[in-house]
Design a protein around this ligand. Structure first.
Ligand code: SF4
Length: 329
């Protein structure tokens, strides 16, 4: 591993100032992804700015019923928080489906959003990879691509985003708060991650020196039936082949009054199924409606040589999840 400098930030201002004044700086939260990538030689920062001691480790209830989750709140603590379990079970379930208990005890909310793809070619410095080394090519397009994207990919990159939590947050209309050299800004989580296009090296729209300070979960879906379901190759400690985050509320008249749907494991970013949602809202609840809506979303899929199964898997998982939520509601 290349040697690097280390700074422990005490305030967000310190952290941002250190980032812009020190060479090749990177923020360090729990380190559960970044340190692995440094050991593999994929990342080689000049300086690590440790943000784990910043006062961003609390979950607070907002006026009106939402939540503010600090960026250094650990994944385990967020999953176990009574307000999350009560109001947004989809988020708690997504967190608990990720990684292992030991990793969730260390991994942070901000770091979870910023984790990088687990594409094996990205992690192998002997392979061409446009994300790791722009212009070198993409070994996965013609290689082993069973785990890769079926939606929104490009000829430059077919990787998937690995986060479960981010899929749930996108479906909940959550927002991410950032502070950086240019001041503060707030973005929808659904717009925070990018599709690869011709710049796959850029995972998100974050700007140099910007630090995630918190995530805002709005009250709009609080208490509604919601669920996160994940299909993977083994029962734990595995990334999603396909996952679904769903919120569904059905009125007394049998019409769907609220629907949110997100997919994981299918794209370079958490995939918010806006086409499906628009067909669901106002339609009669029932399997035919769910299937029509999800098929409309999946009509944009372009599977690779090794992952056509993901399209059917995503469709069936989403329909079954909506059926179960409607039964509950
Ligand atoms: Fe790299 Fe993306 Fe291709 Fe994987 S899919 S090898 S991350 S460019």
């Amino acid at each position: 591993m290349k040697s690097f400098g280390y700074v422990k930030a005490r305030t967000t201002e310190d952290a941002v100032h250190s980032f812009v004044s020190l060479p090749d700086a990177r923020f360090l939260g729990g380190g559960t992804n970044l340190v692995d990538l440094m050991k593999l030689g994929v990342e080689a920062p000049g300086t690590l700015i440790d943000v784990s001691a910043l006062p961003l480790d609390t979950i607070s209830e907002l006026p009106g019923g939402g939540l503010r989750v600090g960026a250094t709140v650990r994944n385990s603590d967020l999953a176990a928080h009574p307000a999350v379990r009560r109001g947004w079970p989809v988020l708690s379930q997504a967190l608990l489906s990720g990684a292992s208990g030991q990793l969730r005890n260390v991994a942070t909310t901000g770091g979870n959003l910023l984790q990088r793809t687990r594409c094996p070619y990205f992690q192998d410095t002997g392979q061409p990879c446009n994300k790791r080394e722009p212009g070198s090519g993409c070994a996965a397009v013609e290689g082993v691509n069973r785990d890769h994207a079926v939606l929104g990919h490009s000829a430059h990159c077919v990787a998937t985003h690995p986060s479960d939590m981010a899929v749930a947050l996108a479906a909940l209309d959550a927002e991410v708060e950032l502070v950086g050299p240019g001041g503060q800004r707030t973005l929808p989580v659904a717009d925070f991650h990018r599709l690869p296009g011709d710049r796959p090296e850029q995972d998100t729209v974050i700007r140099p020196g910007e630090l995630i300070t918190s995530v805002l979960i709005p009250a709009s879906s609080a208490g509604m039936p919601s669920a996160y379901r994940k299909v993977r190759d083994r029962a734990s400690y595995a990334f999603a082949l396909v996952s679904v985050a769903a919120v569904l509320a059905v009125g007394d008249d049998g019409l769907i009054r609220y629907a949110r749907l997100g997919f994981g494991g299918v794209a370079h970013k958490p995939w918010r199924a806006v086409a499906a949602e628009s067909l669901l809202i106002g339609a009669p609840a029932g399997e035919d409606t769910y299937r029509r809506a999800v098929e409309a979303e999946m009509s944009h899929a372009a599977p690779l040589s090794g992952n056509a199964f993901k399209v059917k898997l995503a469709r069936d998982l989403a329909v079954d999840t909506l059926v179960r939520l409607a039964d509950r509601g």
